[in-house]
Design a protein around this ligand. Structure first.
Ligand code: GLU
Length: 356
């Protein structure tokens, strides 16, 4: 049995006129039901709320982008979830809605709370249908897109595989529309992809291939296989899991060295870091070369920001390049007082350090 997170984009779930694409949605539900019948656990991360709401109402006056996102998502989300409920109901499968936002991943307590909730759902045979809480998210604190959200969910839930269903077959060596471009079947851990990615945005969704690639790399580095495939191919979801040779896709192979849940959380908390710790060349080298070393005050050259013990901080080298992130074992005042000195406890203990 494996645990699979499936992310489906707005372009697959909605039609150009902003109505739900019932054909694609019911094909998706059929396949999730088939995977469950074969013993897999499935979590669905579904976009499409905003796109679907847009087709349902014409606002009485011109709205700014925040107000229209809130209005459309409030309407579209229930349309989507009602359809999922009905379609899964046809298989006797119970669905539950999880609406979340970035701050729920910022503190460890809310992260673990959310994680526990979703495990309870899975233990009870419920399919979690996850989306960003677009009515409440603050613009500056939104997920880049649901690709980012699905990556967070996949690592948080210790998934074996994240499948991102998009409107292209995967990552190409050039623009997908260019006949000379080739689909990259497999991306090994550490392979440099920057030359290939065409950061073209598509249709209604917020994401593009650039973000997909970045997320896929990060999530696979954390031990989860990531598959990018085209969502409107018949049986694509079942095939990429059970007969991968029969369907075009890009696989990001999982890194053989999965991180602990704590380190995964730290790895994804970059945007919540409360402070910055600058280290000298010697400390940066030690951190980069020895994967089991703690950050000691002696290697610290400067400290920025105010934080409490337990908050996340970013570690930068002398050139300002990020070396690591971690959970500080002392507050910022103590960190400042011990800059460059010996004989104090580590500023970040190895167990709480996530190296780039
Ligand atoms: N949460 C948005 C929605 O459901 C989608 C975000 C995205 O495009 O990835 O409409």
């Amino acid at each position: 049995m494996s645990r699979i997170v499936v992310k489906v984009g707005s372009n697959v779930l909605t039609r150009a006129d902003g109505k739900p694409n019932v054909t694609n949605m019911s094909a998706l539900v059929d396949q999730i039901a088939a995977l469950r019948a074969h013993g897999h656990e499935v979590i669905l991360v579904s976009s499409g709320a905003v796109a679907c709401g847009r087709g349902a109402i014409t606002p009485s006056r011109q709205l700014d982008s925040v107000a229209s996102r809130q209005l459309y998502s409030s309407i579209g989300q229930i349309r989507l979830i009602n359809l999922y409920n009905e379609l899964f109901g046809g298989y006797g499968i119970v669905v539950g809605q999880v609406l979340t936002q970035k701050d729920n991943f910022a503190s460890r307590d809310s992260y673990l709370n959310q994680r526990a909730c979703m495990f309870t759902m899975l233990d009870n045979g419920v399919v979690p249908v996850v989306n960003e809480n677009d009515t409440a998210s603050l613009t500056e604190l939104m997920f880049t897109d649901n690709d980012e959200l699905s990556g967070l969910i996949a690592t948080m839930m210790d998934a074996d595989t994240l499948v991102i269903l998009s409107n292209v077959d995967g990552i190409y060596t050039g623009a997908p529309s260019d006949p000379g471009s080739q689909l990259i079947a497999c991306v090994e851990p550490g392979k440099d992809l920057s030359a290939f990615v065409v950061a073209a945005k598509s249709g209604f969704g917020r994401g593009g291939m650039g973000t997909k690639c970045g997320i896929a790399r990060k999530v696979s580095d954390e031990g989860v296989a990531v598959i990018i495939a085209r969502g409107d191919r018949p049986r694509v979801l079942v095939d990429v899991i059970e007969h991968p040779d029969s369907v075009p896709h890009t696989l990001f192979e999982p890194s053989p060295r999965p991180l602990s849940t704590l380190k995964r959380w730290i790895a994804h908390s970059g945007s919540f870091a409360k402070g910055v710790v600058h280290v000298n060349a010697h400390a940066a080298e030690a951190l980069r070369n020895d994967r089991a070393v703690s950050l000691l005050p002696v290697g610290v050259t400067a400290v920025e920001g105010e934080w409490e013990e337990g908050d996340i901080v970013t570690v930068l080298d002398a050139d300002g390049v990020r070396v690591a992130m971690g959970r500080a074992s002392v507050d910022s005042a103590t960190a400042r007082a011990t800059i460059g000195t010996h004989g104090h406890k580590p500023l970040i203990h190895y167990d709480y350090l996530y190296l780039e």
